[in-house]
Ligand binder design. Structure first.
Ligand code: FAD
Length: 369
């Protein structure tokens, strides 16, 4: 049994596996422990935006066509109105079942020689290592990738949080052939539903609202178009719930401990950016480990979060405001280039500065429509 490593990753979800793979690519010996068993499921919209696919490719991972379903843009729908835009440059995103993505990532990590310890909960950390049930593994670096309720964050005293906009999400799969090549976001009075195609015969549906008691079946009644498509369809998975919020930390590292993924802060699920963000963090973190300098990770981590945080803020202004949703969609229909440019911002082609002008156009449109 190996009792020392260069990098120990606590949590083997997508962020932990990405961190492990990126560190291994830099030549480190890497160990990952997770209390659960592969493949791990978790409520998720299961959409990977084009920039997420590029980030995965840099980790040496390709999601094959038979494991996923492509979508080529985003569609917003609200009270009978719809607008959509393709991803810039003909790019595509993919819908991929969470369990499938997890298995692909775990297989890749294992092929790279990463030591994967499943069903192994970490019980504590000390300056020179990690405590597992009845065993200690010494490690030069410790990475906390243990999700939104991170214990590593507490152990490393990185707990100063600013949380905003806590909401409740429920996910379920339906046996129905995708009816569009877009990821759809349906805006409603009591919440949003987004639909991602994940295979030739299944879609993943996520409801997000501020009401913990609202479930998909009841919420669908407010979305007649979706109800018509899904009402009679067989459900393919149990309804799973999760919290979603925007959460920022003052610091994401201390000493030889660094946080990544949801453990290091979250962006609202509506952005569909959580996975991509953690893959990008992983590559920067591995670079910083090689240089032996986590101060750059602090800076880069903040920079990477800027765009998703801005998108979350923009999108959440529409939450629960049907009149604003309708007016915004009317403006987008009149000025489709504004919606296209928002999408460019979303996938990282456009900088927030470039969008300022469109912001003025949108504001003017909302006043005059
Ligand atoms: C409803 C919803 C929809 C979303 N939709 C999308 C989307 O469409 N696209 C997108 O990109 N992102 C989406 N996200 C965000 C995305 O799911 C998260 O950002 C992502 O799961 C973060 O991964 P993670 O590895 O940081 O955390 P997790 O997936 O939570 O993994 C943490 C792991 O740590 C393990 N662990 C915890 N404690 C310990 C311990 N003490 N010892 C060992 N192991 C431990 C857990 O078992 C778990 O496997 C969505 C989120 C929600 C809630």
């Amino acid at each position: 049994m190996v009792n020392s490593t260069d990098v120990f990753v606590i949590g083997g979800g997508p962020a932990g596996l990405a961190a492990a793979i990126a560190a291994r690519q830099q030549g480190f010996r890497v160990m990952v422990a997770d209390g659960a068993e592969v493949p791990i499921d978790k409520p998720c919209g299961e959409g990977l935006m084009p920039d997420g696919i590029v980030a995965l490719e840099k980790l040496g991972i390709a999601v094959e066509a038979e494991d996923s379903y492509p979508f080529h843009g985003i569609r917003f729908l609200s009270s009978g109105l719809a607008v959509d835009a393709p991803f810039p440059g003909g790019a595509s995103g993919v819908g991929v079942r969470r369990t499938v993505l997890h298995r692909i990532m775990a297989n890749h990590a294992s092929n790279l020689g990463i030591d994967l310890l499943w069903r192994t909960a970490v019980t504590g950390i000390s300056a020179d290592g990690v405590h597992l049930s009845g065993r200690k593994v010494s490690a030069r670096w410790i990475i906390g990738a243990d999700g939104g309720n991170s214990r590593v964050r507490r152990w490393a005293k990185l707990d100063a949080l600013r949380k905003q906009d806590r909401r409740y999400a429920f996910r379920q799969h339906y046996c129905v052939a995708p009816w569009t090549d877009r990821m759809e976001l349906h805006w409603g009075e009591r919440g949003e539903i987004y639909v991602t195609p994940v295979s030739e015969e299944q879609v993943c549906v996520v409801l997000i609202s501020r009401n913990p008691k609202l479930r998909l079946q009841e919420a669908l009644q407010q979305f007649p178009e979706l109800q018509a498509r899904l009402g009679a369809a067989e459900v393919a998975s149990a309804e799973k719930g999760a919290l979603t919020d925007t959460c920022k930390l003052r610091r994401v590292s201390r000493g030889n401990v660094a946080l990544i993924g949801d453990a290091s802060g979250t962006v609202d699920a509506i952005t569909g950016e959580g996975l991509c963000l953690s893959f990008s963090q992983a590559m920067v973190l591995a670079d910083c480990l090689r240089a032996g300098d986590l101060t750059r990770y602090e800076r880069e981590h903040r920079r990477l979060a800027l765009r998703p945080l801005l998108m979350a803020r923009l999108m959440l202004t529409l939450d629960g405001r049907p009149r604003l949703q309708r007016r915004t969609l009317q403006v987008f229909r009149k000025r489709p280039e504004v919606f296209r440019r928002l999408l460019e911002l979303h996938v990282g082609i456009l900088s927030p500065l470039h969008l300022a002008l469109d912001g003025l156009t949108l504001g003017w449109g909302l006043l005059t429509v």
